[in-house]
Design a protein around this ligand. Structure first.
Ligand SMILES: O=P(O)(O)OC[C@H](O)CO
Length: 447
């Protein structure tokens, strides 16, 4: 455990070196967490791309679905539990180690035939992969709160957040390249794994745990941007018990955000995962048209996220709830259009889907930022982990499993009623955080 302990503080650099060193290192660590998190997404989703090959070998869709669920279940649990470990670890090592382990799991699944020889083995390995994947977000959050101050965090987080769209978007082209290079379906697992090993090495070279470990002052001192409740104690490393019971589990607002996140993730994955089936069954899309719509959904998220972070920082001056609520109201409108638009108007369905993609990733990102804002820096990973636990164990799992039953029993109308209710509940739970944020903001203005 000593190996991954937080980096020791170094002697303070001379005054004239502080500013240039801070500027250089902020860019460097930001690149490190961006490349690192994009790397995580290269080995998060690539199993889906070998599912058609496994079906050809005789596996059924439902069996493979069970194997795949291992990732979501483990990821939700791990983002919370490993988030707590991450808060007590050196982000540079923790981030790279998780990515390396996840990449090695995928390489192993591609290289050793026994790894794909039964559903039980695949479930176990995918569960392990989900667990290692949970070691990605929390150290990025730790880096973010130690190197970027509250008022700039919305914008900076929104830029970092597109790493997951970039990484996720590269999975398809990498699979095509893998088959072209190696000629086997297994290469769709090990080739992205090899690239992810490279990302882990780059992340290790670039990331630094805290400014103090590089001889720099805290980000609050450097930017003169102090949260309202900031004290010297915010710089002390905390025990697991202190993080959980003094700051995370006892924060009512954090619970509101966690519930909001469950509903936001229900919409995120409820729309995304069912888009191909819904568009082909209910709207008469061809497979090719569905593929493009799916692609557009993911990439529309990039400008939508950037705009959302900017609005939160510049228009609402560091408050997150107003931007989340505005985006979720617009998501609700787009979901209604996507549902009610009669079959045949393909461009309306595409426009609605792109609008949902543009809008949904802003709240996904801002809820994470809000979690980081609410607790001292040393509890950041656990706080974001709690929202992740609800997002995956609640929202994503419901979207994957229960949505299928709802649609089977009550048709697509039933599924859309669930999604509309999820939008309303996400808005409701975010609205409960409004007063807390207003107080925080007013205090910041006075001090
Ligand atoms: O769903 P996650 O945990 O991979 O997070 C995705 C985005 O980075 C959320 O900010």
């Amino acid at each position: 455990m000593k190996l991954i302990s937080p980096a020791q503080h170094a002697e303070r650099l001379p005054l004239e070196r502080i500013d240039p060193e801070y500027k250089r290192l902020r860019l460097q660590v930001f690149l490190g967490i961006f490349i690192g998190y994009a790397g995580y997404y290269l080995v998060r989703k690539n199993f889906s791309l070998v599912m058609p090959d496994l079906i050809e070998q005789g596996y059924s869709k439902s069996d493979l679905g069970i194997a795949l669920s291992g990732v979501s279940v483990a990821y939700g649990l791990s983002k919370f539990l490993m988030g707590n470990v991450s808060d007590r670890s050196n982000a540079r090592i923790f981030l790279s180690l998780g990515l390396l382990l996840s990449a090695l799991t995928m390489i192993g699944m591609g290289v050793f035939p026994i790894a794909t020889s039964s559903i039980a083995i695949m479930f176990t390995l995918l569960f392990l992969n989900g667990w290692f994947q949970g070691m990605g977000w929390p150290p990025c959050g730790r880096v973010m709160v130690h190197w970027f101050s509250t008022k700039e965090r919305g914008t900076k987080m929104s830029i970092w957040n597109i790493a997951h769209n970039v990484g996720g978007g590269l999975v398809g082209p990498l699979a095509i390249a893998a088959v072209a290079l190696f000629g086997t379906w297994e290469s769709k697992l090990y080739f992205p794994g090899l690239i992810a090993v490279l990302s882990a090495m780059i992340a290790y070279m670039l990331v630094r745990d805290t400014p103090q470990s590089c001889g720099l002052p805290t980000i609050e001192e450097y930017k003169n941007d102090y949260p309202s409740n900031y004290t010297e104690d915010h710089e002390k490393e905390l025990s697991a018990k202190q993080i959980l019971f003094d700051y995370v589990l006892t924060s009512r607002v954090l619970w509101y955000i966690a519930f909001a996140n469950a509903f936001v993730y229900l919409v995120r994955y409820g729309i995304l995962d069912w888009a191909p089936t819904y568009l082909e069954e209910a709207k008469g899309f061809s497979v090719k048209e569905t593929g493009w719509a799916y692609f557009a959904y993911e990439y529309a998220g990039i400008p939508g996220t950037l705009l959302c972070g900017w609005i939160s920082d510049k228009v609402f001056r560091g408050r997150r709830a107003p931007a989340t609520i505005i985006y979720m109201v617009l998501v609700l409108v787009a979901v209604l259009v996507y549902w009610k638009n009669p079959a045949g108007n393909i461009w309306v369905d595409n426009a609605a889907l792109i609008a949902i993609g543009f809008l949904i990733y802003g709240p996904v990102m801002l809820i994470g930022v809000q979690a980081l804002d609410l607790v001292p820096k040393k509890a950041a990973g656990t706080a974001a982990g709690l929202t992740g636990l609800f997002g995956y164990m609640g929202g994503a799992l419901f979207a994957n499993i229960a949505m299928g039953f709802v649609v089977d029993a009550w048709g697509w109308d039933g599924g859309f009623i669930v999604l509309v209710a999820a939008c309303v509940l996400a808005i409701f739970f975010t609205a409960l955080t409004w007063n807390k944020e207003t107080k925080h903001y007013n205090l910041n203005k006075i001090t």
